[in-house]
Structure formats: C-alpha cells, structure tokens
Design a protein around this ligand. Structure first.
Ligand SMILES: [Mn+2]
Length: 371
C-alpha cells in the first residue's frame, strides 16, 4: 500500500449529542439484505447519528447497490461514514497509487475469475466494460469517475476515524501504545485482533473489522463485546464472513449502550428442554486443520490437529486445501434450552438443528415450532 496516497485520509471530529441515538454499524461488506433488515428494525429518525464503521463494500454480493443505499441514508439521519480497509477504491480510480495499479488490476481479475463481486467489478458491469488484462486503464478510470461521481465523492469524503468527546470510532483499532495520529490510517484500519491484547484507553474505542466470534474461547458468539475496564467495544457480527453471522448495531443513548441485530434465519420456539453440554470447543478459520477419525455420509468424527480435541461435524463442513483437511468454523456447543425459548434455525441435520440463541451458535436436538 502506497503510504503517500493514504496520507489524504483524515480524522473526523464531529460533535455528537444526545438529541438522537448514536448508532454504530460495521462491516456491512456489500450485504444489502442484512443492512435493510437491520435498518427496518432501527427505524432511523433525523436526530439519530449513524456511524458506519468501515468495510461498507467488498466480499459480499452487492457492493455498488449497498453503497448507493448508504448514500440515501444522508436524508434520513445524520450520517458519519468511516473508512475500512476494503473501502478506499477512490485512490485507485483517482490514480493516486500508480505503483499499485498492476497489483490492483491483478486482484480484480482474480476476483472476476473466481466469480466474486466487488465495487469496481459491479461498476464495470454497469458500464458494460469487460475487465481484462489489457484493458485501457486510464480510459476505464475516466469513465468510472464520470459515471460514478456521487459514489466516489462519498468515498473521498470519508475519514479513517472519528475522534469525539467521549468515543473514538475506528475500523480496526489503535495499535498498542499509539494514537490515531501516530499509527496513521492503514495500521488503524487493518489492525487484526485488536481486542485480543486487552488494551486500555481513556476514551471508549469502538471498532469493527475482527468478527467478535474470533475473540471467543469455546463458543461461537456474534454478540458485541463491551469491556468497561478496557473501554473497548467490538461489534463485527461477521455478517458476510461467517455462515451464521449477523449484522450488529451498537446503540448509545445518553451514554448507555444497547444492541440490536439482524440475521435472516427463521425464528422458532423450542418445545423441549435441553441440558447444556458439559464441554465445548470452537474450531475456527486459521487454526482448522483436522484429521478424520470416522468418515460418514452425513457426519464425521474428527480430531483437531493442534489441540487433539475430538468432535462430530457435518461432513459438508470438511474441505481440502493444499493437501490438508480443514473444517469450516464449527462448534459442538449445546446450549441450555428451556421449553418456550425463542431460537433461530440456521440449518437442519439428521441429528437436530444448528441454532442461534441470543447471538450464540450451537446444537439443539429437540422439537421446534416456527413463529
Ligand atoms: Mn476490515
């Protein structure tokens, strides 16, 4: 990444107030149905201050449509978008990073070959331009600047952080011992696992970027983390990266925190009780090499290579990469369920349901009634 180009990114210093809510949503990643679902629950008013905490686009299916929907929110509330590490396509379109041109084109061509979508590919599709290795880049960029002026102006206007009286809003976090200013845009946006080291701050630091489930030990939880001792809040529910993820909203009203979220899974009432499992583990991406113990058509018994932990997983969770057997994010957690509890149904198997209860994923083998 060209540091010079990133120097155009600024820190916003808005005055937030208590007239409406402060609502923070991060990592929408082009997932328009989740954004619309969450906004329908939130019922924005003109007094609300909506902070979109980066990674508005990429990875999900509808980057351009999502960005356009976000542009319309400027008429519905006070909107404060913040850059994430996936958002600053305007640098490329504005030719502010000539050294990165070929690398970025290579990335886009790989995306296209893999039938993935993203903001620039969506824009090319709308322009009717086929992106190829020998595309006339200056002409393409001029066409993008003309056709997508409102969208690109919006990206150009976005700061890489908001520093307010009580809260700092930044996509990734603030590296240990540093400030927004000393660390600069790239390291603040791209800081992985920010909360893992339990850093302390004097103002609340609100972040996205790292799905909160990755901070969990033995369960998969998409519930935002509020750490009052550290003054860190982490809200990314993994709505694109995780099959059972959700889009979270942090709501601050007169200094008090609450949450809402959206996921598309059908809701049901549990009809039978279930006791909590005695132990559980969460095997996650990056540490998901397993060895097979028993292979079945529906289920497999596997052993996690690093820890030796054994569990049964649905067979279609297993995949191979570079000759290694890996498993998609999975848990064997069985939550305590009482008859009448409301749960969300993620998928059905011949051994019961993969469910979410209050944002935490697990298995339930009782009867359900859709509501
Ligand atoms: Mn990110």
């Amino acid at each position: 990444m060209n540091e010079e180009a990133l120097k155009t990114f600024t820190i916003g210093r808005p005055r937030l107030d208590d007239r409406g809510r402060i609502i923070v949503i991060s990592d929408i990643h082009g997932n328009l149905p989740y954004l619309e679902g969450l906004l329908a629950k939130l019922r924005l008013t003109r007094e609300d201050q909506l902070i979109l905490l980066g990674d508005l686009v990429e990875k999900g299916p509808e980057s351009l449509a999502t960005l356009r929907h976000i542009l319309t929110l400027r008429d519905k509330c006070r909107l404060y978008p913040v850059l994430g590490n996936c958002d600053f396509w305007h640098l490329w379109v504005d030719e502010m990073d000539p050294a990165g041109d070929e690398r970025t084109l290579g990335y886009l061509l790989r995306q296209k070959a893999a039938a993935r979508r993203g903001l620039i590919l969506d824009m090319c599709r709308e322009l009717g331009t086929e992106l190829t290795a020998d595309v006339d880049l200056p002409a393409l960029k001029a066409a993008l600047r003309e056709r997508f002026a409102p969208e690109l102006d919006f990206l150009r206007s976005m700061p890489y952080a908001l520093d307010t009286e009580k809260y700092i809003f930044v996509h990734g976090g603030i590296p240990k011992g540093e400030t927004l200013e000393s660390a600069g845009p790239w390291r603040c946006m791209k800081l992985d696992n920010f909360y893992a080291s339990r850093p302390h701050f004097s103002k609340w630091v609100v972040t996205g970027h790292t799905p909160v489930c990755l901070y969990g030990g033995s369960t998969i939880s998409a519930v935002p983390i509020v750490d009052r001792a550290c003054r860190v809040i982490s809200i990314d529910g993994g709505c694109v990266l995780k099959d059972d993820g959700q889009l979270n909203a942090l709501i601050i009203r007169r200094g008090r925190f609450s949450f809402d979220w959206y996921d598309p899974f059908p809701r049901a009432r549990a009809l039978t009780g279930q006791r909590r499992g005695e132990r559980s583990a969460y095997i996650r991406w990056g540490d998901n090499a397993v060895e097979p113990l028993e292979l079945g058509r529906e289920w497999c018994r596997i052993r996690h290579v690093r820890t030796g932990y054994e569990m049964d997983v649905p067979t279609d969770f297993l995949y191979e990469k570079n000759g290694e057997l890996l498993v998609s994010d999975v848990t064997d957690y069985r939550p305590a369920i009482a008859p009448g509890d409301v749960i969300s149904l993620v998928r059905q198997t011949d051994r019961g349901w993969w469910i979410k209860k209050d944002g935490v994923s697990g298995w339930y083998s009782g009867e359900v009634e859709l509501i």
